[in-house]
Structures are given as structure tokens and as C-alpha cells.
Design a protein around this ligand. Structure first.
Ligand SMILES: *Cc1c(COP(=O)(O)O)cnc(C)c1O
Length: 458
């Protein structure tokens, strides 16, 4: 296939920023399974969800039918601060790989939070403000989501309370200070400020925390404080919806130059950037208009798609959330040390889980030293210092391009470069010093996590 000459960076015009989010559920023949109330095992209704989430976000969460959801003007205006994001033709990387493949990446790290998470944070803060709430609570692992949310809350004058996984709180003081600069209150989790936090501390003294545990605390803080709601940076249907802005811009930029991708790649933690990037392309695939090879990339240390089970499980360790049907390693699964903090979640978006289960996409897992090798090569050729999470997608894109070198195929590969790695220099230091190790859980390790999956009969 011959590719027209494209500029190194393909920018859209400001007026080409999408005015609608695309809801891929509308085109799915098998809809993602509904969230279940863990008490009754009945699907969660809008009334069930209202104490936890903002009204408008509940409606988006449950909306399986509307293909296009208008983006409110205030959010469109905020998007203009850092969007459209560039789609870059990775000519220097291609050259270094000596591949006939054409590689493009959509860069979402061009805002202070350093990742795509701001796309949903601003939407969630907007709806909270519109509902007249005082503030929102959330958890953050590596800190990207907490940073994005504190930026969004500062913009709309909302109070922002962040429960940050204790190990990150201690290891990433600068992330914490960015959040505080934007006005957020940051608490290391588990903490003694919630009932569930006190319980976890009593059962596991000295624990450094986990994302699932921080979620439990943030949910409790939301439902026990008047005028507060809980917000989540990934996994949920509404988050994938907001992130579709990534895919819609990518689609528009590619169309502008008549480029048809063959392979679309994204890293997968809870699935929001990947879901957002692929949504419009997946829509074409679901409607039978086009075909793409879509690849989710996850860490070998936290392999929910490649080694997990497709069952109902809790979204958090403390079992305060609804049950979601998803690929999961069990809500008690605690991944071994891995520097891609944003990919250490035990579950996966129910939308992506269903699409993967139905064979519309595939998944690969990669080990962290090979991920950092890819990151290093990318930094040295394309200039951007990538986040460890994003570097999973780089690894897979490089592997696909190397396959093309073997076969001589001129495939067009598009991948999502979700963010920058400036706060991850401890990880880079270990890699540079040669002390980084790979951790792959054994089947026996995984069994321990699977044992925590609730045994429910549906
Ligand atoms: C949070 C994060 C991810 C993973 O989250 P998803 O919801 O799977 O997209 C990936 N990259 C970066 C830079 C992140 O901050």
C-alpha cells in the first residue's frame, strides 16, 4: 500500500475538535453486561447509582443506545487549551527500525497532568459543578488521574479530595505537590479517615496500599459527605465515552490524508485510553464497514486480559462497589512491583472485556525491561520521554513494525502515546542502572487472586 506524503505532525484545526463523544455501545451487538448491585444481584438502576455518581454521568453510564452524545460547550472550550492533540508520523523511529511499516502515534501528554486522563476529568468535574455539588472524591495510583482531576476541579471551583495509594504518596512527592498546587486535598491510603481504611489498616498493618483499597475509601468519603460524589478515572463506560475524543480526532486526522490504519495499539490498565482511541474504529468494524487489527497491551505482571477470567467481580478491594462483568484477576490480586502504576488494576473495562471476549480485538502482555528498552529507543529517536504505561504500546508497535521488516509488509500502525514520564525517573534510574527486574506471576499466584472472585450464581 502506498502512503501519501504526510507532514511529520498532523494537526487538526481548533474547529475540528469533536463536538460529540462517540458511544461504541450503540454499535455493539452484545452489550457489556450491566453493573450489579452486590446485595440483590440485580442490575444497578439510576436510583442505585445516584448517591455515588453525578446524575448526568449516571445517565451516560447506563446509555447503551445513543451513538453520539453532545459535548457541552464549556467542555469544548476547556479542550481547546490542549486539544486537538497531534498525530505524529514516527519517521525517525521507522528509520531506526529499518521497517517498511508506517507508524503514527497520537500524543496525549501535552498538558500539565501529562496524560489523557484530563479528557474525562474535565467532563466529570463539569457535571458535578452543573449539579451544584460541593466537591468530588477519588483515588489515584501513580498520580496521573489525581493530577488531572485537581486541574479540572480548580477550573470549575470544586473541592477535590484524593486518596493516593500510600506507596506512591511516599515515592512521588512531586506528583502530590502538583495536586496540592491545584487545590486538592491528598490523603495517603489506607488512612484512618474512613471506616474501610481503618479496617484495612487493622487487618494489614504496614500495608503500602493498592488502587482497589483507595477506591473503597474514596467511595465511602463520597457517600458519607453531603454534597460530594465519587469520580473514577478509568474502567467505567462514561470514561471510555469521554476518551472517545482521542479516537475521533485520530480518525479525522487520518482521513485528512487518506491514511487507512491496519493495526491500532494501546496500553490497557482499566481500558480508558485504549477504549477511547479504538472506539470509532471499532464502530466501523462492528458495522462491517472496515476491519482493523486492534491490540491491547498489558504488563506481564498484571495480565487481566491475557490470563484473567471473564466473570463478575468487585471493582475494589473493600467490596463497596457494584459488581462488574469483566476480565479480572480477582479484586484481592496485588500485582508485584511494576513501574507502570497506571496499569496495575485487577480488572478491565466491561466494554473492552466484552469486545475482547467476542473476538473483536486481541491482547498481548509484555515484560517491563523490554518495555523500557522500547521507551529508551523512542525517547532517543522521537524525542518524547514516554510514561512507562505508554511505553507498553510503544513496545507492541515496535514489535509489529519488526514483523513487517521480516515479511516486507507495508502495514500502517497507529498507537496511543498516552503520556510523559517525568515523574517516573526512579523507574528509568533502575532501568539505566540495570537493576530492573521482570515479575511474572505464576499460575499459583493467580489462583490466590481468583479465589477472591465472588461465587455468585446468575
Ligand atoms: C492511567 C494511565 C494509563 C492507563 O489507564 P487506562 O484507563 O487503561 O487508559 C495509561 N497511560 C497513562 C499515561 C496513564 O496515566
Amino acid at each position: 500500500m502506498s502512503i501519501p506524503n504526510t507532514p511529520y505532525k498532523i494537526y487538526l484545526e481548533e474547529n475540528e475538535i469533536p463536538k460529540f463523544w462517540y458511544n461504541v455501545r450503540a454499535d455493539m451487538k452484545t452489550k457489556p453486561a450491566p453493573l450489579l448491585n452486590p446485595g440483590t444481584l440485580k442490575p444497578m438502576t439510576a436510583e442505585d447509582l445516584a448517591p455515588v455518581f453525578c446524575e448526568e454521568l449516571v445517565a451516560q453510564e447506563l446509555n447503551d443506545t445513543d451513538r453520539e452524545i453532545p459535548i457541552p460547550q464549556e467542555i469544548q472550550d476547556f479542550y481547546k487549551m490542549y486539544r486537538p492533540s497531534p498525530l505524529t508520523h514516527a519517521v525517525f523511529l521507522e528509520k531506526a527500525l529499518d521497517t517498511p511499516a508506517h507508524i503514527y502515534y497520537k500524543f496525549e501528554g501535552n498538558n500539565t497532568s501529562g496524560s489523557h486522563k484530563l479528557n474525562s476529568a474535565i467532563a466529570q468535574a463539569y457535571y458535578a459543578k452543573k449539579q451544584g455539588l460541593k466537591g468530588v472524591t477519588t483515588e489515584t495510583g501513580a498520580g496521573q488521574w489525581g493530577t488531572a482531576l485537581s486541574m479540572a476541579c480548580a477550573f470549575f471551583g470544586l473541592d477535590c479530595r484524593v486518596y493516593m495509594v500510600k506507596v506512591s504518596y511516599e515515592q512521588k512527592p512531586f506528583r502530590r505537590e502538583v495536586m496540592r498546587t491545584y487545590g486538592a486535598a491528598v490523603t495517603p491510603s489506607p488512612s484512618d479517615t474512613t471506616e474501610i481504611g481503618r479496617k484495612i489498616l487493622a487487618e494489614h498493618p504496614g500495608t503500602t496500599g493498592s488502587l482497589g483499597c483507595a477506591i473503597s475509601e474514596a467511595v465511602e468519603a463520597a457517600v458519607s459527605n453531603e454534597g460530594y460524589r465519587y469520580v473514577l478515572g478509568s474502567v467505567l463506560n462514561q470514561v471510555l465515552l469521554h476518551q472517545s475524543v482521542i479516537g475521533l480526532e485520530t480518525q479525522a486526522a487520518l482521513k485528512k490524508y487518506g491514511i487507512k490504519p491496519d493495526v491500532i495499539i494501546g496500553c490497557a490498565g482499566g481500558g480508558s485510553n485504549l477504549g477511547g482511541l479504538i472506539s470509532p474504529f471499532m464502530g466501523e468494524k462492528l458495522r462491517g464497514e472496515a476491519d482493523y487489527d486492534i491490540i491491547a497491551v498489558e504488563p506481564a505482571s498484571c495480565p487481566s486480559l491475557t490470563r484473567g477470567r471473564f466473570v463478575y467481580d468487585f471493582c475494589d478491594t473493600g467490596m463497596v462497589t457494584p459488581l462488574a462483568k469483566m476480565y479480572t484477576l480477582g479484586h484481592d490480586f496485588i500485582p508485584s512491583a511494576n513501574h507502570a502504576g497506571g496499569l496495575r488494576y485487577h480488572g478491565m473495562s466491561p466494554i473492552l472485556s466484552q469486545l475482547y471476549h467476542d473476538g473483536y480485538m486481541r491482547a498481548v502482555s509484555v515484560e517491563q525491561t523490554s518495555v523500557f528498552k522500547a521507551a529508551e529507543m523512542f525517547a532517543r529517536t522521537e524525542g518524547i520521554l514516554p510514561a512507562p504505561e505508554s511505553s507498553h504500546a510503544i513496545r507492541a508497535a515496535i514489535d509489529e513494525a519488526l514483523k513487517c521488516r521480516e515479511t516486507g509488509e507495508e502495514k500502517t500502525i497507529v498507537f496511543g502515546l498516552t503520556g510523559t514520564g517525568y515523574f517516573d525517573m526512579v523507574a528509568y534510574e533502575q532501568f539505566n542502572n540495570g537493576t530492573m527486574r521482570d515479575y511474572i506471576p505464576t499460575d499459583a499466584d493467580l489462583e490466590k487472586g481468583f479465589a477472591s472472585i465472588p461465587k455468585i450464581d446468575l
